[in-house]
Design a protein. Sequence first.
Length: 302
Amino acid sequence: MQEIGLVPYPLNLKFSRKKGGAAFMRIFLPEEIGFCFGVERALKLVRDELKKGNHIYTLGDLIHNPGVVESLRRKGVIPISSLSQISKGTLVIRSHGASPFLIKEERRKGLKILNATCPYVLRVQRIARYLSMKSYQVIIIGLATHPEVEGVMANVDKRRAYVVKTPEEATEIPFASKIGVVAQTTESIDNFENIVKNLVEKGREIRVFNTICKVIRQRQEITRRLAKKVEAMIVVGGHNSSNTHQLVKLCKSLKVKTYFVESRNGLETQDLKHFKKVGLVGGTSTPRSAVKEIKDFLLSIN
Ligand code: SF4
């Protein structure tokens, strides 16, 4: 990766100055932007199903990006909040996965199921199920209300399972002879490590599975490196996207001026024109085009 994967655009590569004038802004854009493969896969399944002319429903938004969800809605992909809202058609299980009981219920209703659960999420479910079967007290590091965590929780014995979001919460977990740990795929690696440190005292035997998705780890690492080089970071993604929030949190923890926007509309020339080095990153449910639109806007300031 050349200088954190800079796009080969002349202004990105050189710190140019107008003769006798103000310095140009250098824009750092990693190659790793756009949808992750789990989101790509879910979108492809949905597009293929649309071609068959079927009615498509998703329990919640297909991905955590309002712009993409709206454009899908216009094509006939309708988010619903409860199974009672539909009696026929195709129901898509999102990349976050779902509870096995819910999938059973969908089948019972006679709905066609399109399972777009990401293989990385299936892996977390599988490990958590195995740990629970082997009588481990299961700790899921993540956000209890996130659909992925709800889906993982549905695979374990809830009487011996906890969802932990902070290192402080980890200190409140009861002692158990065997503890098994997994993480939401979009968890921050720093938070994961800090929580695991506090769990070490909580059991005689501890098995830790780092189930953070490798795409997420890579984006966090690139964001960390980039944030240390620039004066301002622009993080592009849905405000309901967990992994985009993690990138924002990471940038802020590094004390770099951080802008969190869903589109170009969230940015003002006035705020940005003084910066000489700006980094641009996107969440895994952010289309490449949304990040590029912002890059073009920054170039227009130059
Ligand atoms: S972020 Fe990772 S786990 Fe989540 S959908 Fe994308 S590839 Fe799968």
